[in-house]
Design a protein around this ligand. Structure first.
Ligand code: 523
Length: 135
């Protein structure tokens, strides 16, 4: 994969919930919920970038796992990928988001059905549902 990357974290809990974060900006997606993350910077690999972003945005340390299958072309030369992660230090708090929420698979489905998920992130719904419902 060439070009720039944005990495998002599919952060799961031991009791089978997924961490969603509510965006504050830009206006098109403000109020919608996403997998938290951000742009991979020069010299970083996606896992390093995700650990840095989640320290900045959620004030937690995470252990990063494998990549989710799907990726999204956000723009020419800008690709969004997601990595599984779990918290190994700290309690997440919304430093840059409006709110955080740990959701069950039913809650995730409901939010998706009502259009509450950031559009790009909806590509991961099948993988996320499967994982947090114990699949
Ligand atoms: N997305 C997206 N989903 C998602 C993330 C983390 C990001 O669709 N789960 C998009 C939103 C922006 C781009 O990726 O178009 C960059 O994400 P952003 O703004 O969260 O990354 P930052 O904080 O690194 O970028 P700047 O705010 O521009 O500095």
């Amino acid at each position: 994969m060439s070009g720039r990357m944005v990495v998002a974290g599919a952060v799961t809990s031991a009791d089978g919930r997924l961490l969603l974060a509510q965006r504050r900006y830009p206006p098109e997606v403000a109020g919608l919920w996403e997998l938290p993350g951000g742009k991979v910077e020069e010299g970083e690999d996606p896992a390093q970038a995700l650990r840095r972003e989640l320290r900045e945005e959620l004030d937690v340390d995470v252990e990063v796992g494998t990549r989710l299958e799907r990726s999204v072309e956000l723009a020419h030369d800008l690709t969004l990928v997601a990595l599984w992660a779990r918290i190994v230090g700290g309690e997440p708090r919304a430093v840059e988001h409006s709110r955080l929420r740990w959701v069950t698979v039913d809650e995730l489905d409901e939010m998706a059905a009502s259009g509450a998920i950031v559009p790009a992130d909806t590509v991961w719904l099948p993988e996320l549902s499967l994982r947090i419902s114990g699949g």
